[in-house]
Design a protein around this ligand. Structure first.
Ligand code: AR6
Length: 284
C-alpha cells in the first residue's frame, strides 16, 4: 500500500453515492437521526494500514507506558523510526481513557496521538465504554489544539485489548459525532475511521449509517438491483469500506445472507474516488 493522500480517503457521502455503504432504512424500532450532509462529507472510512495515511494526525492504540508494543502500535513505531520512542520516553506514560500527542518523524502524517484504550472486560462494560469514548474525545481535542485539520483513528482496543468490534465502533462513532456537534466540531475537516480486519470493516459498515444517515434518497429496491450488479464491484481500490455491503452483528442478523469476508489486504491500483470534498496539502 502506497501513501494515501487525504483527498483520496473516501467520505461517507462518497461511499453512499458509490453504493459501497448501505443506508439504513428506518422502520419499526429503527429511528435514525436527521441526516447531515456536512458530517457525511467530513467522515472518512478506509480499510488499510494507518501508517500510510497522509493526514494531520493518526491515532495509535497505545498502552499506558507509551513505550510501544504490538499491533498498530508496533507498526506505527516501526514506520516512524526510533525518534518516536525517544519522544515517547519523555511523556511519562498516559492514563487509560486519555491520549498524548507527539511528532510523526518518518510517517507521512504530521502528528501521532497515542490513545490508551481500555482492556475490555464484560463485567465493566460501562467503564470500558467511558474510557474508550474518552480516548476518542481527547484525541479530537488534541488534534484541534495542535491545528490538525484531519485525524485518522485506528480501531482502538479492538485487537489485543479484546473490545468487541461492534460495541467499540458504536462508542467510537458516537464520540466523534458528539464532538462534531460541539463548539470545536467545525475545526476538523476530516475524521477518518481506519479499519484493518474484516470484523471492524463490518462493524463500521453497520454503525456508520445509523449515526450518519444518507442524505440521498434511495429505496430498498435500488439496493437489490445494485447488489448483484457491476457498480458494487468496480469502485476505487481505496474504497474498501463497503466491500461487505450491509452486514449486521451475528445476534441481530436474521434475514440477510452474509457475504464472504474479504481475505486480502487492500491494493492501490491508482484509481481515485471521483467525488470528494478535498482537503489537501497544507490543510492537513
Ligand atoms: N493500521 C491500522 N490498523 C491496524 C494496523 C495498522 N497497521 N495494525 C493493526 N491494526 P491493537 P489494542 C488494527 O491490538 O487492542 C499493543 O501492544 C487491529 O486490527 O493494535 O488497543 C499496544 O502497545 C485492531 O483493529 O490495539 C497495547 O499494549 C486495532 O488496530 C495493546 O496492543 C487495534 O488493535 C493495545 O491493544
Amino acid at each position: 500500500m502506497t501513501i494515501v493522500p487525504l483527498s483520496e480517503i473516501p467520505t461517507v457521502s462518497l461511499l453512499y453515492h458509490l453504493k459501497k455503504l448501505v443506508p439504513c432504512t428506518p422502520g419499526p424500532g429503527v429511528e435514525l437521526p436527521k441526516p447531515n450532509q456536512s458530517f457525511n462529507d467530513r467522515i472518512g472510512l478506509i480499510r488499510g494500514d494507518i501508517t500510510k495515511l497522509e493526514v494531520g494526525a493518526i491515532v495509535n492504540a497505545a498502552n499506558e507506558s507509551l513505550l510501544g508494543g504490538g499491533g498498530v502500535d508496533g507498526a506505527i513505531h516501526r514506520a516512524a523510526g526510533p525518534q518516536l520512542l525517544k519522544e515517547c520516553r519523555g511523556l511519562n506514560g498516559c492514563d487509560t481513557g486519555s491520549a498524548k500527542i507527539t511528532g510523526a518523524y518518518s510517517l507521512p502524517c504530521k502528528k501521532v496521538i497515542h490513545a490508551v484504550g481500555p482492556v475490555y472486560s464484560p463485567r465493566y462494560k460501562a467503564e470500558c465504554a467511558d474510557d474508550l469514548a474518552g480516548c476518542y474525545t481527547t484525541s479530537l481535542q488534541l488534534a484541534v489544539a495542535n491545528s490538525c485539520k484531519s485525524i485518522a483513528f485506528s480501531a482502538l482496543s479492538t485487537g489485543i485489548y479484546g473490545y468487541p468490534s461492534h460495541d467499540a465502533a458504536s462508542v467510537a462513532i458516537k464520540a466523534v459525532k458528539d464532538f462534531l456537534e460541539g463548539k470545536d466540531g467545525d475545526k476538523l475537516e476530516k475524521v477518518v475511521f481506519c479499519t484493518f480486519v474484516p470484523k471492524d470493516v463490518d462493524a463500521y459498515n453497520y454503525w456508520l449509517p445509523r449515526f450518519f444517515p444518507s442524505t440521498e434518497h434511495e429505496t430498498e429496491s435500488d439496493w437489490e438491483e445494485v447488489e448483484g450488479g457491476e457498480s458494487a464491484e468496480n469502485g476505487p481500490a481505496t474504497v474498501e469500506a463497503g466491500e461487505a455491503m450491509e452486514t449486521e452483528p451475528a445476534e441481530k442478523s436474521s434475514k440477510v445472507e452474509l457475504p464472504d469476508v474479504p481475505t486480502s489486504e487492500p491494493v492501490d491500483d491508482g484509481l481515485s474516488p471521483k467525488k470528494q470534498k478535498l482537503n489537501d496539502g497544507e490543510k492537513l
